[in-house]
Design a protein around this ligand. Structure first.
Ligand code: ATP
Length: 230
């Protein structure tokens, strides 16, 4: 089983292709220490998303090994990986249901107090207070429409509730209003505190907060190291 606490990530000579004729990750090796945050950069198609999918074992690698907390991901169960890796992508799926159910995925074991604590923790108190029916506010469908920034914040809250050891974040590439952007920045910092993080960054500006940087080019490392030293 995976160890407790933040998980170190190690890629050892990993190669992978969706089809046999084209490797999109090529002999990739790097190590991210537990508790650190890696900024992942590279052009469209360079393999950033694929790298994160391999970690969560959406696909098995064809060569090399990926270790999480020292454990080969092939030795971990998918349930373990799912509970220990929290992923926030840019497309957030909201259900036509209450805010409560959207956060808990209909798990009645999560109390309202816990939800409100997480909302407060993410600095969303003011937004929450403005909702017409608190946790009962209906979203999506004919319910309340959320901005893309607000939807991202809900996705953070979902991850927060699950308390995973590794957080993978695909940063919003679109322009957000300054208030939402600041809320998101604060929420990201809180989400990453005490966890290992991988942030797919679209702007150089946002990698100021990460510890290490890896720039991918055609599935290979173009640059890699401590941010301060690059
Ligand atoms: P972006 O910044 O646009 O998200 P990326 O760096 O995340 O790009 P990937 O999405 O990992 O890049 O894609 C790497 C390569 O793999 C691309 O050539 C892409 O077309 C291909 N690819 C991605 N997903 C699949 C898939 N499900 N099936 C086949 N090929 C895929």
């Amino acid at each position: 089983p995976l160890p407790e606490g933040p998980l170190a990530v190690r890629f050892n000579d990993v190669s992978f292709g969706y089809t046999p004729d084209k490797e999109v990750i090529q002999h990739l090796s790097f190590a991210l220490e537990a508790g650190r945050t890696l900024g992942l950069l590279g052009r469209t198609g360079s393999g950033k998303t694929t790298l994160t999918r391999l970690l969560a074992r959406a696909y098995d690698v064809q060569q090399g090994a990926i270790r999480l907390g020292g454990v080969d991901v092939r030795q971990a169960t998918l349930d373990e990986l799912r509970s220990q890796i929290g992923v926030v992508t840019q497309e957030v799926q909201l259900f036509h249901a209450s805010l409560r159910d959207n956060l808990t995925f209909f798990d009645p074991g999560i109390s309202d107090e816990r939800l409100e604590q997480v909302i407060e923790n993410l600095n969303l108190g003011q937004w929450y207070a403005s909702l017409p029916a608190g946790l009962d506010t209906r979203l999506a469908g004919d319910g309340m429409a959320l901005s893309s920034g607000e939807a991202q914040l809900l996705a953070f809250a979902r991850v927060f509730l699950r308390d995973p050891a590794l957080v993978i974040l695909d940063e919003a590439s679109s322009r957000l209003d300054p208030v939402t952007e600041q809320l998101l920045e604060g929420a990201i910092a809180r989400l990453l505190a005490g966890r290992t993080g991988i942030v797919i960054a679209h702007h150089l500006k946002t990698v100021q907060h990460v510890d290490d940087i890896l720039i991918l080019e055609d599935g290979k490392i173009c640059e890699y190291g401590e941010r301060a030293k690059l």
